[in-house]
Ligand binder design. Structure first.
Ligand code: GLC
Ligand code: GLC
Length: 824
């Protein structure tokens, strides 16, 4: 069952009923000011840091689920309704929500009045706009009153939800019923009198009939919910002034509409900062200096100005998405590659794992591991921002090559609560840097001075950070010559040195078994893959000895994986604290795990003579993956799921079977297997796995999947779960970057390398022909593929009319257009 459809020409998903199985959201904002917006108007806004600079309030884990947002109420001769359906839930004659690239349009109509609102954050502007059009669809004149609504959060989102003994006495606002820009505005200035120099403005470009800033007055009492709100029902604003308690912003606008007439208005929710010496407009320090807000309101004083800013935003996305496009007979493939997967990569780059409908924005900072992987799917969109991010991440590394697991976006400093000890972290930096180098050819980044632990004076060239990353893993090997795991590796829930019996104890940071020598086959495979990249970068820097030594270490690791990390039919997952193998056929549960199979084969470990070489460990391991981990909803993380708590394994065995890391389809690592299948030349299987988890292919089972059909979720409940096929934790997941890598670079097979563009499509017979257009380093490559889909077949290339050997097309000068015909 579907709840809407894709509109690819507009690059929108169109939701046609408010009653989706879960709020389906979009993100507004590109750089500093962000909003989450559900198809029902729910969500919130923040400036840079979802915890420290929260503008509006949202209630997680509430009943109903989607509580709090920017709402409109219509009072049409006593009939009160909301064009986003929530909060009033009055039946609508028409409802539609269109989520697009950085904007959404939500339209509701009732009783012959239509209200259509476009929500977006203009480029370079620290504000969310609501560009509203009210249309009288009927043939009689109408007089309606429209009420806006936002609820302010008291800036620190954690405090806002916990510290009521203080919070209920600190709320402060200022009101300008008539601004110098012609409209009306409400200012949220809680804590501005003391240490804050920022305030929020909520303005409307028309003169308001009235305003409200006190929540209790607006709702009508402490027992009333948003649906009951008394002021909209009364038809008149109460002109209430918040003091302490709960500050809100609401304007009312009276609109007289002739038959067929439409009226436009613009609502602006903005974030402003003042210099310390210009905080006040008066000597007594009672009135906020509102110059910045007035400039903002003046800039968007007309609907035309808002429309122009929206057009600019759309052009910006047209440009961004032109870097990689595909045209194929498979429209689902095209829409994921050309639109939604890249869009999600931008969102994960911006948000890391901070703010979604599953992440509260107060918990996690930027992950060292996560942010490096996010780069893999983002670097082609805005390489300059990727460069900056790499420097930020590397600046949190320790001199021994280990790393803070997370850092805070506002301060960019490492997070002491979580600390270090996740031994896969260091090598992800190599992955991020290698992707950046291949995309841009900008070797200068390697000479950029970068500190350790943000300590001034400790700067060394970025290259040296890679040396330390590689060196850390190399220096921390266990008895089988495999890397020590520390607190966890990519799998946060494989906690081999934490034997936790205390409820509530963190599994990752309670590392309570000292002297352990638990080893990770995953990190071993990661070392083979990214150690190889490290050696390649060293060689390019003219460091032949470093490269030779690294290659020898990689060869030793490769041998260790085959000697000690091989179970007979597949790769082992780890050795636990006691030296017992994890992920072995000798066990009853958790017999086979996905991560080492995908990563080892990606790294080329045990690859034999081709797809049919069933003596090759790589082929055998991938066959076992298909047989044991396969399900219609994707590949589960491990199988069979644990049914009892295994204290020596940790959090992985705490989830009910089939959820999360305990045998859920963890969509982040399915693309490793997809890529691995292309490595052994089995494109058909690779593309099949891709389609099982990719949202556009799951749209028709939206009632089962439940989350947005346009973006990946972190997890789909696995085959042993009670609710198999049900997705959770959409948007902020490494799944976005990895699937874009898998589909764009390995299935469609167009990927940048150091010296040229590799063309190596592997997706089986389902897509017999397609064209990829790739902009890279100033040139444009048009790759036309004719695809037999035969297993093991590799493309032969004709470049600008001349056949070439191999699959590498050397980089062409900026400005040139290179035409490549690839035939398989
Ligand atoms: C989450 C974390 C990521 C981790 C994964 C597997 O997605 O953000 O860092 O690798 O879970 O545990
Ligand atoms: C929990 C989750 C895992 C996530 C981690 C982040 O362990 O199960 O998915 O990566 O928390 O800290």
């Amino acid at each position: 069952m579907q709840y809407g459809h894709f509109d690819d020409a507009a690059r929108e998903y169109v939701i046609t009923t408010p009653r989706t199985p879960y709020p389906w959201i979009n993100y507004l904002g590109s750089q500093d000011f962000f909003s989450l917006l559900s198809h029902l108007g729910g969500g919130y806004s923040f400036y840079r840091d979802a915890r420290m600079r929260r503008l509006t309030r949202y209630r997680y884990n509430n009943v109903p689920t989607d509580t709090g947002g920017r709402y409109l109420y219509v009072n049409d001769g006593g009939d009160v309704w909301s064009p986003t359906w929530l909060p009033v839930q009055a039946d609508l004659d028409f409802y539609e929500a269109r989520h697009g690239m950085g904007y959404s349009v939500i339209t509701g109509a009732r009783g012959g009045v239509e209200v259509s609102t476009t929500y977006f954050v203009p480029l370079g502007v620290n504000a969310e706009l609501q560009r509203v059009r009210v249309t009288n669809l009927g043939d009689t004149a109408r007089s309606i009153t429209l009420f806006s609504f936002v609820e302010f959060a008291l800036w620190n989102a954690y405090d806002d939800q916990t510290n009521y003994q203080r919070n209920l006495s600190i709320g402060e606002v200022e009101i300008e019923p008539s601004t110098p820009c012609g409209g009306s505005a409400i200012y949220h200035r809680t804590e501005y009198r003391e240490r804050r120099n920022h305030y929020a403005v909520f303005g409307v470009n028309l003169p308001a009939a009235g305003f409200d800033t006190d929540r209790e007055t607006f709702l009508g009492g402490p027992w009333a919910g948003f649906a009951d709100a008394a002021v909209p029902r009364s038809g008149r604003s109460a002109d209430s002034v918040a003091s302490g308690w709960y500050p809100i912003g609401s304007h009312s606008v009276d609109l007289d509409l002739a038959p067929g007439e439409a009226r436009d208005l613009v609502l602006v929710l903005g974030y402003l900062e003042n210099p310390q010496d210009a905080k006040w407009a008066d000597d007594a320090h009672q009135v906020v200096n509102k110059t910045g807000a007035h400039d903002l309101l003046a800039r968007f004083a007309t609907a035309d100005a808002a429309d122009a800013a929206l057009a600019e935003l759309k052009d910006h996305w047209t440009e961004l998405l032109s870097t990689y496009t595909v045209t194929s007979p498979d429209e689902k493939l095209d829409r994921m590659v050309n639109i939604w997967n890249q869009y999600q990569c931008m969102v994960t780059f911006n948000m890391s794992r901070s703010a979604s409908y599953f992440e509260t924005g107060i918990g996690r900072g930027m992950g060292f591991r996560d942010s490096n992987q996010d780069l893999l799917g983002f670097v082609h969109l805005v390489p300059e921002r990727a460069r900056e991010r790499i420097i930020d991440i590397a600046s949190t590394q320790f001199p021994d090559g280990s790393a803070y697991h997370q850092y805070q976006p506002l301060t960019k400093r490492g997070n002491n609560d979580i600390g270090s000890g996740f031994n896969d972290d260091p090598l992800w930096l190599v992955a991020g840097v290698a992707a950046y180098l291949k995309e841009t050819g900008d070797d200068s980044i390697l000479d950029e001075p970068v500190p350790f632990d943000n300590e001034p004076g400790s700067e060394v060239p970025l290259w040296e950070h890679l040396v330390r990353s590689f060196g850390f893993v190399r220096a921390h090997l266990g008895p089988h010559g495999l890397p020590l795991i520390g607190r966890a590796d990519w799998n946060d829930c494989l906690n081999l040195n934490c034997f936790s019996a205390e409820p509530g104890e963190p599994f990752q940071t309670t590392e309570n078994k000292a002297g352990g020598s638990a080893e990770s086959v995953f990190i071993a495979a990661q070392f083979v893959l990214y150690g190889g990249e490290y050696a390649a970068i060293a060689r390019r820097r003219g460091l032949a000895e470093v490269a030779d030594a690294a290659e020898a270490d990689v060869a030793a690791m490769r041998a260790a994986v085959l000697d000690h990390g091989w179970d007979g039919e597949w790769f082992l997952r780890a050795y636990d604290y006691f030296g017992n193998p994890v992920g072995t056929g000798a066990d009853t549960e958790g017999r086979i795990w996905i991560e080492p199979q995908g990563f080892a084969v990606m790294a080329g470990v045990g690859v034999g003579a081709g797809p049919d070489d069933t003596s090759a460990p790589a082929v055998r391991a991938l066959d076992a993956v298909g047989d044991l981990l396969g399900s219609p909803h994707g590949l589960v993380l491990q199988y069979p799921a644990y049914t009892t708590y295994r204290i020596e394994l940790g959090e992985v065995s705490t989830y009910p079977p089939g959820y999360k890391e305990n045998g859920g389809v963890f969509c982040h690592n399915n693309p490793w297997v997809i890529i691995a299948e292309t490595v052994v030349g089995r494109g058909e299987r690779a593309f099949d796995y891709y389609r099982r988890i990719t949202p556009a292919y799951r749209e028709e089972i939206s009632d089962v999947h439940r989350l947005e059909p346009y973006v990946y979720a972190q997890m789909i409940a696995g085959k042993q779960a009670v609710r198999a096929g049900e997705a959770k934790n959409s948007w902020l997941t490494g799944t976005a970057a990895w699937n874009f890598v898998a589909v764009s670079q390995y299935l469609l097979g167009v990927r940048p390398d150091y010296d040229g563009l590799v063309v190596d499509p592997q997706l089986g017979p389902a897509v017999p022909s397609f064209t990829v257009t790739r902009k890279l380093r100033g040139a444009t490559y048009v790759v036309t593929v004719t695809n037999s889909g035969a297993p093991g077949s590799r493309a032969s290339l004709v470049v600008d009319g001349s056949p070439v050997g191999g699959n590498l097309v050397p980089y062409a000068p900026a400005g040139s257009v290179v035409r490549i015909e690839a035939t398989l």
